[in-house]
Design a protein around this ligand. Structure first.
Ligand SMILES: [Zn+2]
Length: 350
């Protein structure tokens, strides 16, 4: 099964919601997708055994998540009404030696444990910059953050015609480089572009690597304005109520946006009684709570839940004739159905 992601809630809608709400808005109003069956209140305490994690070797979500794209997609939504947010950073360590350390500084300042999905080839090389990147990777582990594998060369692993040996090398060589550099064998895997083919899936299953996807994406690889980027991320969080934030520690704008979002989350702490606000958790906690209270039992059900959230089109006003107004056009583009569960899309930079 090929995985084409991420149209969590249609992007057009999210951007509209984000710009309407903004990071500075007073009160977050989480929107529940819906639980498939009535469940009791969510216990926000970490489950037994989910204590402090040493260098990414802590417990993780159930084995069902290992290389099951549909289940990974559901887990990325978070637990129903959890208000939980977890931060993930892809493609690093950055070429610029100060960027990833600046992310680490911000996370440390806010007592947040992030998950870094490293591109293995960035840890290769004999020059001074390569050694600096390896040192950054070691520092990520030393400071208690989690390490994940983002494949060797950031290629699309669903391209079966490249052959099984190539796909295996992309996954295994990258894991080896991360372990050789940091002493930590990565146990989480995030496919470049969110795409996997049957060969990669089977290999990840055999390696018992857990697939991690995302739901909150401010498109930081193309958006250079940190305020706009932060506003999108906060808006998506308000819309979804919780989620896995995707960022790339490659661009100064992403790092600045991270600082803005962390401050905004500090101003909107979780109130369990009211069910408002947010709580930042590490990735294993997020996944474990999501597995305990998933938003849906299957991909089709999740798709239907998203569809139910789509805004209804406004009826054309008298006199508008056949020509749609700008507002109507906007509304109709926003209500385009989200990508069907098995639809195949072109990759976007991830
Ligand atoms: Zn990537």
């Amino acid at each position: 099964m090929r995985l084409a992601l991420r149209r969590v809630v249609p992007l057009v809608l999210l951007v509209a919601v984000a710009s309407a709400l903004g990071c500075g808005s007073a009160r977050p109003q989480p929107v529940e997708l819906r639980a498939s069956t009535p469940r009791g209140p969510l216990d926000l305490r970490p489950p037994p055994g989910l204590g402090p994690i040493e260098l990414g070797l802590g417990p993780t979500a159930p084995a069902r998540a290992a290389a099951d794209p549909a289940w990974a997609e559901i887990l990325a939504e978070g637990g129903v009404d959890s208000g939980e947010v977890t931060f993930t950073f892809d493609d690093g360590p950055a070429e610029e030696p100060w960027l990833t350390p600046e992310v680490l500084r911000l996370l440390g300042e806010h007592h947040v444990r992030g998950a870094f999905f490293l591109t293995g080839s960035r840890l290769e090389g004999r020059d001074r910059l390569a050694e600096a990147r390896r040192e950054v990777a070691r520092r990520i582990a030393r400071e208690g953050h989690l390490l994940g594998n983002h494949a060797l060369d950031h290629r699309d692993l669903s391209r079966e015609r490249r052959g099984a040996a190539w796909i295996r090398r992309e996954i295994e060589r990258s894991a080896e480089l991360i372990e050789a550099t940091t002493g930590v064998a990565p146990r989480w895997f995030r496919p470049p572009y969110g795409k996997l083919g049957p060969t990669a899936e089977a290999l990840l299953r055999a390696r018992a690597e857990e697939l991690v996807l995302w739901t909150i994406d401010g498109q930081d690889v193309t958006e250079s304005d940190p305020d706009r980027l932060a506003q999108r991320i906060c808006g998506q969080l308000q819309f979804a109520g919780q989620g896995v934030v995707l960022l790339h520690d490659l661009r100064p704008s992403s790092v600045q946006a991270l600082g803005i979002v962390l401050q905004w989350l500090d101003r909107h702490p979780r109130d369990p009684a009211l069910g408002t606000g947010f709580r930042i958790v590490d990735l294993p906690t997020f996944l474990a709570h999501a597995a305990a209270r998933p938003h849906a039992e299957g991909r089709a059900e999740l798709y239907q839940a998203r569809l139910a959230l789509m805004p209804r089109p406004r009826a054309p006003l008298r006199g508008e004739g056949g020509r749609a107004s700008a507002a109507t056009r906007e509304a109709s583009s926003a209500r385009e159905a989200p990508e069907a569960p098995d639809a195949r899309g072109e990759p976007e930079p991830r």
